[in-house]
Write a protein that binds this ligand. Structure first.
Ligand code: ADP
Length: 264
């Protein structure tokens, strides 16, 4: 009787165990699919600039006697090389942040410093389009994290705001406290994003308009990097947008607790 009792108890445990295994297996299959898609995407993204570099090198060779044409081809070659460089850098950045694991060794980071550094990094691009960037940091806040990652996360948002806005437009960057979160928002008056694309823009390599994005040099990785950085900091990134009117991206991060008085 004791044996029967044991096996009766074992059955549901066994079933649960099998269920768990099945779950693991589904995860494994899903991850394998994600990995395969990722490799296919990377290969596809690399093929275009590599093909262009090869063609342009041939063209330079063929135009050797015509310095004007050589110069024009060489300029385009540099653009493609820069695109390859940017893509490689973003892949490296993505590989650093995509596990979403909490950071090992977070430091105290001043949000206003992150805002300043992110804006500094897009100043040249903004000036080239006569775009004015204004900042409004209402509350001084400190978060726990990695300053260079947070600058990267915000820089991607500000760079996009400049990229997807018309010449002479205005971009606003603000930071304010909301409960125990600090909200850093980037608002533009650019092309905006349709509701159907709003969730998808955070996916790796997703671009609303791939043809246009290719011309402007976008890789489709920036927002996914920003999202992973937000998550690994215990936060999130939200999007509000009206097509044709503009977008607001908001990075919401938990505020660091004040350091205990007298702490070493
Ligand atoms: P990309 O390198 O193409 O800019 P992102 O991951 O940064 O890649 O953005 C994904 C897509 O989301 C972009 O291709 C663009 O279509 C759209 N997008 C991002 N930011 C904005 C914005 N501020 N305004 C309009 N569209 C945007």
């Amino acid at each position: 009787a004791q044996l029967r009792h044991l096996s009766a108890r074992a059955a549901p445990i066994g079933a649960r165990f099998i269920l768990l295994l099945a779950d693991d297996r589904t995860d494994e299959i899903r991850l394998e699919g994600v990995r395969r898609d990722f490799v296919a995407n990377v290969s596809h993204e690399l093929k275009t600039p590599i093909g262009a570099v090869t063609l342009l090198a041939d063209a330079i060779d063929a135009a050797a006697d015509e310095p004007e044409r050589v110069r024009a081809f060489a300029n385009r070659l540099m653009v493609e090389a820069a695109r390859l460089g940017a893509l490689t850098q973003e892949l490296i950045d993505l590989s650093r942040v995509q596990d979403d694991d909490p950071l090992d060794d977070p430091e105290r980071v001043q949000v206003d410093a992150v805002v300043d550094r992110a804006i500094d990094a897009v100043r040249v691009a903004a000036e080239a389009k006569r775009i004015r960037i204004s900042t409004r940091v209402v509350d001084a806040a400190t978060v726990l994290g990695d300053e260079s990652m947070l600058v990267m996360a915000l820089h991607n948002l500000v760079a996009n705001a400049v990229q997807y806005s018309p010449e002479g437009s205005h971009v606003g960057v603000g930071a304010r406290l909301n409960g125990d979160l600090v909200e850093v928002s980037v608002t533009d008056k650019g092309v905006g994003i349709a509701p159907a694309d709003a969730d998808r823009v955070f996916e790796r390599f997703y671009r609303v308009d791939p043809a246009r994005s290719r011309v402007t040099g976008g890789t489709g990785l920036g927002l996914s990097i920003t999202k992973h950085i937000a998550v690994s900091h215990g936060g999130e990134v939200q999007l509000w947008s009206k097509p044709g009117q503009g977008s607001t991206f908001t990075l919401r991060l938990p505020v660091a607790q004040p350091e205990a008085q007298g702490a070493a």
